[in-house]
Ligand binder design. Structure first.
Ligand code: ATP
Ligand code: MG
Length: 392
């Protein structure tokens, strides 16, 4: 019965002169997302409202699930619409609507009419009163409550007449693309996909970089990261995934530096390379899945040493979350099952038994000095041989 959706969006950040940018970005993101659904849709904005109208048959649940993945949407209202063929017909449509949507009639209601077309013969107040009466006559179990009705029967009079009463919650946030672009360090773990989701929710477009170490890490481990990027891309739109072969850099560190410092030095190189790519691709920050104290390289002392090598801000949206909370989020966004597939990650191959938890920046810098010019060569090669995968 529903043929359209009225899209409600959060008002935060949409005031003033940026409002149309926000709305256009939202319309764009909705169009991109709906390409995944069967059917043809017309997405447009009119008088401060965004509508999705179906121009063919479509699967209601599929479309709702998809719209729930579009950041910036605060509510999705399924709409029935009809041509304006006079008040008698409108009254009949409203009664039909309530009859179908609310099998149990023991409900309070209020009619909320809005006339976007001033040549309609009745004023809003009059429509409210007249339709209220029609509903009371049709369904004697229903009663009026103008303050907190169970059913807010919205009637919008435009070229056509739109009826809706249900609001399905959307994900909130800001439309992707309104907040610049960030470079996500995406591993095959549980945390980084969630970190990407959280930053994207604030309107930030995401590119990603993955460091792999063949043959120590398999093709399957890389595929897992691509699979994770694909899930995150449902929310963010296409992700440019830069895959960097990190093997030689890692082996060189392994050879020249104290083993308890391997992880931290490796992380510093990941950050340096990620920042290089970020700057080339106009990203305004790096994003990681780190959380204080989770592992040795995520203590505050370690973060000082890691941050030291980059100029761009490093965003760590999971910083204050417990593992269990991150797991719950990853289940909610759909990345968990993929993240827990048992494929080795390049960090787990070269880990020391007793990694430093309070690295001394002076020592770290000195030991990195041992890497010499050879490291510059290896970094250059790693960047030159990157593989770019566009994940949609
Ligand atoms: P995750 O679950 O995201 O893998 P983690 O708990 O395994 O995180 P670490 O291995 O310390 O923690 O990694 C911390 C962060 O560093 C990750 O969240 C990710 O942003 C980045 N990172 C780690 N390994 C890689 C990699 N191979 N490629 C890209 N980024 C990585
Ligand atoms: Mg990891």
């Amino acid at each position: 019965m529903f043929k359209a959706f009225l899209i409600k969006y959060a008002e935060i950040g949409v005031k003033g002169k940026n409002r149309h940018l926000f709305e256009d970005a939202l319309v764009h993101q909705i169009k991109v997302a709906l390409k995944r659904c069967d059917g043809k849709f017309y997405v447009h904005k009119t008088q401060g409202r965004i509508f999705v109208e179906a121009e063919s048959e479509f699967d209601f649940d599929e479309v709702v699930e998809t719209l729930k993945q579009v950041f910036g949407i605060s509510g999705i209202c399924p709409v029935v619409y009809a041509e304006d063929e006079g008040f008698e017909k409108l009254a009949k449509d409203v009664v039909d609507y309530i009859d179908k949507v609310y099998p149990d009639k023991h409900k309070t209601f209020k009619v909320n009419a809005r006339r976007a077309r001033k040549d309609y013969p009745k004023e809003s107040m009059e429509i409210n009163a007249d339709l209220g009466e029609v509903i009371l006559n049709a369904f004697p179990e229903m009663t009026v409550d103008v303050h907190e009705p169970d059913v807010m029967m919205n009637v919008e009079i435009r070229e056509k007449i739109y009826l809706y009463s249900e609001i399905i919650p959307g994900p909130g946030g800001m439309p992707v693309g309104t907040g610049g672009k960030g470079m996500l360090l995406l591993s095959g773990g549980i945390d980084s996909p969630v970190a990407g989701y959280m930053i994207a929710k604030r309107g930030v477009k995401i590119d990603a970089v993955y460091f792999h170490a063949p043959p120590y890490t398999s093709e399957r481990a890389k595929q897992k990261v691509v699979d994770l990027a694909r899930i995150v891309a449902k929310y963010t739109g296409p992700i440019y995934l830069h895959v960097i072969n990190f093997t030689d850099v890692q082996l060189h560190i392994y050879e020249k530096c104290p083993h308890e410092e391997l992880t931290i030095i490796m992380k510093r190189y990941m950050m340096r390379l990620a920042e290089h790519i970020a700057k080339e691709t106009e990203c305004l920050g790096l994003i990681t899945g780190e959380s204080i104290g989770q592992v040795a390289s995520q203590t505050m002392a370690s973060m000082v040493v890691i941050n030291e090598v980059c100029e761009l801000p490093v965003y760590r949206p999971l910083i204050g979350f417990d593992k269990q909370e991150i797991v719950e989020m990853s289940e909610k966004i759909g990345t968990y099952e993929t993240s827990i597939q048992p494929f080795e990650d390049c960090c787990t191959i070269f880990v020391a038994k007793h990694p430093v938890t309070k690295p001394n920046p002076k020592y770290i810098r000195r030991h990195e000095g041992n890497l010499g010019e050879k490291m510059d060569e290896l970094v250059k090669t790693a960047l030159e041989t990157e593989e770019l995968i566009i994940v949609e």
